[in-house]
Design a binder for this molecule. Structure first.
Ligand code: SF4
Length: 137
């Protein structure tokens, strides 16, 4: 199971099964000095991104093997750089489990990313409604 990890305990969300969209290399467009991940080159893309079907197969195995409360999408960095995120989120919604995306928010002004976030449950949409990050310059 290359694309999932955990489950790990989250104080806010309970037990979280992680989904890693870039298991082989850090893929982030930031280079924060406090980052807990290994140092890596900044990038705006995930190179050799995994296929959605392969990730979904791993998630299915995770459901068979573990008990958990939420699915959390990460990318060994920034998950919104994943080029098939819309398709992935769409398919993950069918598991009927709370879905989180652990993001640095740098792509929040991208209309495509906003569309994907609108697929998330209603409560999570309140962030976009209240904070209106798409209006930031
Ligand atoms: S945004 Fe997160 S993953 Fe990326 S460098 Fe900063 S702390 Fe690390």
């Amino acid at each position: 199971m290359k694309y999932i990890f955990g489950p790990i305990s989250s104080r806010r969300f309970g037990m979280s099964l992680g989904i890693d969209l870039s298991p082989n290399v850090k893929s982030c467009n930031f280079d924060c000095i406090y980052c807990e991940l290994e140092k890596g080159e900044k990038t705006d893309t995930i190179k050799n991104p995994p296929q959605v079907e392969d990730i979904i197969n791993d998630v299915k195995k995770g459901f068979e093997k573990f008990q958990f409360d939420v699915l959390t999408i990460t990318a060994n960095g920034e998950p919104t750089l994943y080029p098939y995120l819309d398709e992935l989120v769409d398919k993950l919604q069918t598991f009927n489990k709370k879905l989180l995306i652990l993001s640095n928010s740098s792509t929040i002004n991208n209309p495509q990313i906003q569309q994907i976030l609108m697929l998330l449950p209603k409560k999570q949409k309140y962030f976009l409604k209240q904070n209106q990050p798409h209006l930031l310059h």
